[in-house]
Design a protein around this ligand. Structure first.
Ligand code: CU
Length: 362
């Protein structure tokens, strides 16, 4: 029904415009071309001025309406985020001033210098001073702005500080997977042909590589340490995704076969953010910022920013993926059946099995 009304209104609007145009054509024939031309010149000049005024009010109104809805992530939660926000604000101010000045001149001059019998136009085809001015001023301003952008870009994608923790982020349709290097601080080698979910090897880790044996794997939730730089090694398994970290003002493409990196330092824990925003439900978010398929919208993960102690406590409870994929190598796996419970068809209890395995190992 609503669609019908919209189409009807559009059709009516078209008809009315068409009829007005036709009527004004007849009027001009009756009045004489010259007078009608002057008349429409005046109307156009007035409409241009109205467009300027209504347009600027519209810009102000949209801004007021949407201000809280677009940048509603609070203050940035990372060191680089502060720099990114500063650049954004400077860019917005510069473009705002240029926008208002140029639009005001464009429409006000069209109105002020409309055709008049009391005025003679002054024509000048070329002015070197003017050319120089309107070429150099924007060039200098843009160079400064782009220069800052490039400087920060190299900083963010450049070498991370030595004490940085490393985490690998892998995108696939439609989830994020995380890998932590474990105690050795080194992410083990991978090979895409080894990717096998059935064998508990979702990232294709090469188990021969000792560096892989303590790597911790996880999905949906990423753990980071507050005030400690983190270097992200980013990749993808199928199509291009994009790591979007709105609260940290960070963003980087996840490309299959071509690892990308970026680093930053989270400056507020999840708890601090909850207090700051007075929102006990708040969680940091990792989103996919690159349209990657029909489940793109659901490619959301959460990030927990915590203290080093909390992080260490959490990491200890995580089982390396190596042991999940190779249960025979897991020293804790044999303890799995509860004590006293029948362990298998032989009627032995779990404790018996542990004893049996323990004696077999010695
Ligand atoms: Cu996506």
């Amino acid at each position: 029904m609503q669609t019908f009304f919209i189409i009807a209104i559009l059709a009516l609007g078209f008809l009315v415009t068409f009829q007005i145009a036709k009527a004004s054509e007849y009027v001009s024939v009756i009045r004489g071309e010259e007078q009608s031309r002057r008349q429409s010149n005046k109307i156009n000049a007035f409409l241009l001025l109205m467009f300027l005024i209504v347009g600027l009010i519209g810009v102000y109104y949209c801004n007021e309406k949407l201000a809280g809805k677009i940048l509603h992530y609070g203050n940035p939660s990372s060191d680089h985020g502060v720099l990114v926000d500063r650049m954004l604000i400077i860019t917005l101010w510069v473009t705002f001033i240029v926008f208002v000045l140029t639009q005001a001149c464009l429409f006000w001059f069209s109105f002020k210098y409309q055709e008049s019998e009391n005025r003679k136009p002054y024509y000048f085809p070329h002015d070197n001073k003017l050319e120089l001015l309107w070429t150099t001023v924007p060039a200098v301003v843009l160079t400064v702005m782009v220069g800052f952008g490039i400087f920060y870009w190299f900083k963010i994608t450049g070498d991370a500080p030595k004490d940085a923790m490393v985490v690998e982020v892998t995108g696939s349709q439609f989830k994020w997977e995380f890998r932590y290097p474990g105690k050795d601080g080194i992410l083990g080698k991978k090979y895409y042909k080894e990717i096998n979910d059935a064998k508990s090897n979702p990232l294709g880790q090469l188990w021969d590589d000792p560096a892989n044996q303590d790597d911790v794997y996880g999905t949906t939730e990423l753990h980071l340490v507050v005030n400690r730089p983190v270097k992200m090694v980013i990749g993808a398994k199928d199509v291009i995704h994009d790591v979007g970290l709105a609260h940290f003002r960070m963003k980087m493409d996840a490309v299959p076969g071509t690892p990308t990196t970026m680093w930053f330092t989270p400056t507020k824990t999840t708890k601090q953010m909850r207090d700051e925003l007075q929102d006990p439900e708040f969680v940091y978010e990792i989103s996919c910022d690159q349209m990657c398929g029909k489940g793109h919208y659901s490619m959301r993960g959460t990030i927990v920013v915590e203290t080093q102690e909390e992080y260490d406590t959490w990491l200890i409870t995580q089982k390396p993926q190596y042991l999940t994929a190779n249960p025979s190598k897991d020293p804790n796996a044999v303890k799995a059946p509860a004590a006293g419970a029948p362990a298998d068809s032989t009627g032995k209890t779990g404790t018996d099995t542990v004893k049996a395995v323990a004696s077999a190992m010695h």
